[in-house]
Ligand binder design. Structure first.
Ligand SMILES: N[C@@H](CCC[C@H](N)C(=O)O)C(=O)O
Length: 289
């Protein structure tokens, strides 16, 4: 008889995740196993995987255990590790609520980008305190085919290049990562956002994610876009002294991002659990190690 591992499937604005509860950090999920689980044909399917581990049980999160009971071990769909996932953290919080670990209201979760504050609202939306953006100096350029755009380097714990374009279709099919230069600006790879204006403080974006390809949404990407757009619009909250709120449409829905004068950024959007099941542990171990 084969052992089975519980999983759930969830999404936030259609950025979808395999969720694996592993409170005691007992599972050793290799990059190949993560990629197999995220495979949309041979596996469960997802842009990434969220392993739910008690902070006290994980060496990377132990120091945060006093502030946040649960650690989000986020992996990209190709099995690589990323520092932070904005949509993933909302889905992670929804899972904790679904499993009865937390109730509506405020909580904190541990991530590789530090402890993040979360508010689960009655209306179903979840707000994450995403921390502050860093804007490394230096020009970067994004290229797709014959077209190139100057882009803004924004770090939300993970790296982003934000390019304002005339038409989202100009990003092409995004089957492969758009080249960003100079490569030295992003030694660990980069997520690339393409942005168009929709109205006052309202933009739309597409994204090619490091380690996942084009996705229907990226929460850290939407924050990077809001920050880059506020700077472009002369609405930097640190300069104006007033918060800047941007509505960011993504192919999978809508996110609302507010940056405060102290630089703290909040992201609000939906998070949904869609299914629960069991992974055949023998399949995973025998096939993917
Ligand atoms: N989809 C995520 C970002 C996931 C990590 C990213 N692919 C990276 O490698 O940095 C989000 O919602 O923020």
């Amino acid at each position: 008889m084969s052992t089975r591992i519980a999983f759930l499937k969830g999404h936030g604005t259609e950025n979808d995740f395999v969720i694996v509860p592993d409170p005691e950090n007992a599972l050793d999920l290799s990059p190949a196993a993560v990629a197999a689980l995220c495979d949309r044909r041979a596996g469960i399917g997802g842009d990434g995987l969220l392993r739910v581990v008690r902070s006290a049980a994980h060496p990377e999160a132990r120091a945060m255990a006093g502030e946040a009971e649960w650690f989000m071990d986020y992996r990209n769909g190709d099995g690589s590790i990323a520092e932070m996932c904005g949509n993933g953290s909302r889905v992670f919080a929804r899972y904790l609520q679904h499993a009865g670990h937390v109730a509506e209201g405020d909580l904190a979760i541990a991530t590789r980008a530090g402890v993040k504050t979360v508010h689960i609202a009655k209306n179903g939306d979840i707000t994450i305190g995403m921390g502050r953006a860093r804007l490394p100096e230096g020009d970067v350029t994004v290229t797709v085919g014959e077209r190139s755009w100057p882009a803004r380097n924004v770090n939300m714990g993970n790296p982003h290049a934000v390019a304002f374009v005339a038409d989202l279709a100009h990003a092409g099919d995004l089957y492969t990562a758009p080249p960003v230069s100079p490569a030295s600006a992003y030694p660990d790879g980069v997520n690339v956002e393409f942005v168009v204006d929709r109205g006052p403080r309202h933009v739309a974006m597409r994204v090619h994610e490091r380690g996942s390809g084009e996705t229907r949404s990226c929460g850290t990407g939407a924050c990077a876009v809001a920050v880059a757009t506020a700077r472009r619009d002369g609405a930097d909250p640190a300069v104006t002294g007033t918060p800047a709120t941007y509505t960011v449409d993504v192919p999978g829905g809508r996110l609302v991002i507010t940056e405060r004068p102290d630089g703290e950024i909040e992201m609000t959007g939906p998070a949904v659990i869609v299914a629960e099941g069991e992974i055949d542990a023998e399949w995973l171990a025998q096939t993917f190690g």
